[in-house]
Design a protein around this ligand. Structure first.
Ligand code: NAG
Ligand code: NAG
Ligand code: NAG
Ligand code: NAG
Ligand code: NAG
Ligand code: NAG
Ligand code: NAG
Length: 437
């Protein structure tokens, strides 16, 4: 893990650099910490939350807040996921900029900014909120108001607030999915960080009518996440399950796969069973079935282009490649798939029809990728039509209707809701040309 060197400049006494310099209590102006190999951090009074640098790779550090007392050290907030800090970078509490993160050449990588003047101190609170406050305790900035992908009990989101999924489980760059409490009162999940069209939304509370307008999202201490109107009346319960209020840590997160989930983690290992238990999900995920929730007119859908989404037994969406296709990026199944064969030749009259076959996938569809639709046809007709057409990558057949689909395929899903729909995937029979790709 990365680390932190702390120095209180105002006191001008160099602190001993112990292997684990963990500072509790208020931080005064001028306090700083350095991204390097020491494991040190600013702790909340209980020691349950820590603020500091976490190592993300060689010489790449993330300024973050995490659960300090559990083995996972799960990160709940981060400042610079899109712009990791090199070794020797420093975060400092300054009167004008609040928290300022600079690299070793003193170029600014990130800063909190301040809503007002008179910064006096900073503190890591036991709720997981990191605050910058004036001498009379007015919050000039706090991490709860600038969430990344996670919210914690007692945290509230006001109109205009955004929660953005990270890029992958271990990459804290901004990912594809966005959870927004819009100024119109609607709480919406979008399949793009910069939504442009209505079809980018895949879940919404639709709390936009007079008398039923969303105003605030609350994660309360008994673990419920709900949307209220201006008067505090609950309009929509996002996660409803009652969770243990003591003895457990809680968090709710818009995960990199686009699903909003709530988790609990025992604060101490169960001594009778002797086993450490990690995070377990509580309440239904939102949305319950991501695979069938997203149908983007522009964009790849729940998974990357040319892949399809299935819901696992654990209710997690999985992205897979159809037969004849391979992952574009073997380290990230969400990045889509490419054909592992040379595409059909469109030149001339023969079209290499005899070198292609159609492989069947039941209950599978790629909505929004079609370019041709023929009604009252047989499956054989549909097969022939796709084979003879060099543009046809997949044919979908169901109820006498034949859809021809083009590359890149989008919104792929294999789901029982597609029962009666059969996908016919066009693949090259002979592998010999695939080497030439
Ligand atoms: C820092 O933390 C890591 C992971 O917890 C541990 O392996 C390493 O020994 C620690 N380094 C120091 C200097 O304490
Ligand atoms: C932090 O500073 C504020 C303002 O000076 C003070 O009221 C508070 O008690 C301090 N907290 C701790 C833990 O020292
Ligand atoms: C995270 O993903 C982004 C987008 O692909 C990439 O640019 C960045 O290098 C990745 N960061 C790490 C630490 O792998
Ligand atoms: C809020 O409460 C006031 C006073 O009880 C009531 O007149 C108003 O209709 C309420 N507004 C909403 C949005 O419920
Ligand atoms: C949290 O909200 C739920 C649902 O409104 C309510 O039943 C519960 O009492 C609340 N808990 C706290 C601590 O406010
Ligand atoms: C600890 O584990 C035992 C056996 O699995 C179980 O009966 C007990 O309820 C657990 N206690 C807590 C506090 O989770
Ligand atoms: C297409 O076919 C014509 C005639 O058979 C040939 O001259 C031309 O080179 C071909 N083009 C490609 C791109 O294969």
């Amino acid at each position: 893990m990365a680390s932190v060197i702390l120095g209180i400049l105002l006191v001008l006494v160099p602190l001993p650099l112990s292997a684990e310099a963990q500072i509790r209590g208020n931080l005064t102006l001028g306090s700083f910490s350095t991204a390097n190999d020491q494991n040190s951090s600013w702790l909340s009074p209980s020691g349950e939350f820590a603020f500091g640098f976490r190592r993300m790779g060689t010489g790449a550090h993330l300024l973050a807040i995490w659960f300090e007392k559990i083995e996972d050290k799960t990160i709940v907030w981060s400042a610079n996921g899109d712009n990791l800090a090199p070794e020797g970078s420093q975060v400092q509490l300054t009167a004008n900029g609040g928290l300022v993160l600079t690299d070793p050449r003193e170029r600014e990588l990130w800063s909190s900014g301040l809503n007002g003047n008179g910064l006096a101190y900073a503190a890591m609170l036991d709720t997981g909120n990191f605050i910058l406050a004036s001498a009379n305790h007015v919050n000039l900035w706090d991490s709860f108001s600038q969430p990344t992908d996670t919210i914690l009990p007692t945290q509230q989101l006001d109109l205009g607030a955004n929660v953005k999924a990270r890029y992958s489980e271990t990459n804290y760059s901004t990912g594809r999915f966005l959870f927004a409490l819009q100024t119109d009162g609607n709480l919406v999940l979008y399949a793009t960080p910069t939504p442009l069209v209505v079809s980018d939304a895949y879940w919404a509370t639709n709390t936009i009518t007079a008398g039923r307008m969303g105003f605030r999202l609350i994660f309360n201490q008994s673990g419920q996440v709900y949307l209220t109107d201006r008067n505090g009346t609950i309009l929509n319960t996002i996660t409803a399950e009652l969770v243990p209020t003591s003895g457990y840590y809680q968090r709710a997160i818009l995960e990199y796969d686009g699903v909003f989930r709530q988790y609990i983690h025992p604060k101490t290992a169960n001594s009778s069973s002797g086993r450490l238990i990690g995070w377990s999900r509580v309440s239904a995920p939102v949305p319950q079935n991501l695979c069938t929730s997203i149908a983007q007119q522009i964009g790849s859908g729940a998974c990357g282009f040319n892949s399809y989404c299935t819901l696992g037994d654990d209710l997690r969406p999985r992205c897979q490649c159809p037969p004849g296709y391979t992952l574009l990026d073997s380290t990230n199944e969400m990045n889509g798939c490419i054909q592992a064969f040379a595409p059909q030749n469109c030149n001339g009259s023969r079209h290499e029809t005899d070198q292609f076959d159609l492989l069947e996938m039941p209950n599978t569809n790629w909505p929004e990728s079609d370019y041709e639709r023929s009604v009252a046809q047989t499956e054989d007709w549909c097969r022939e039509a796709c084979l003879a057409d060099c543009f046809c990558a997949v044919a979908i057949f169901g109820d006498g209707i034949c859809w021809k689909k083009k590359i890149p395929l989008s919104n792929g899903r294999k789901d029982s809701s597609e029962a009666g729909t059969k996908a016919l995937i066009k693949v090259r029979i002979h592998n010999r040309t695939s080497k030439s790709l």
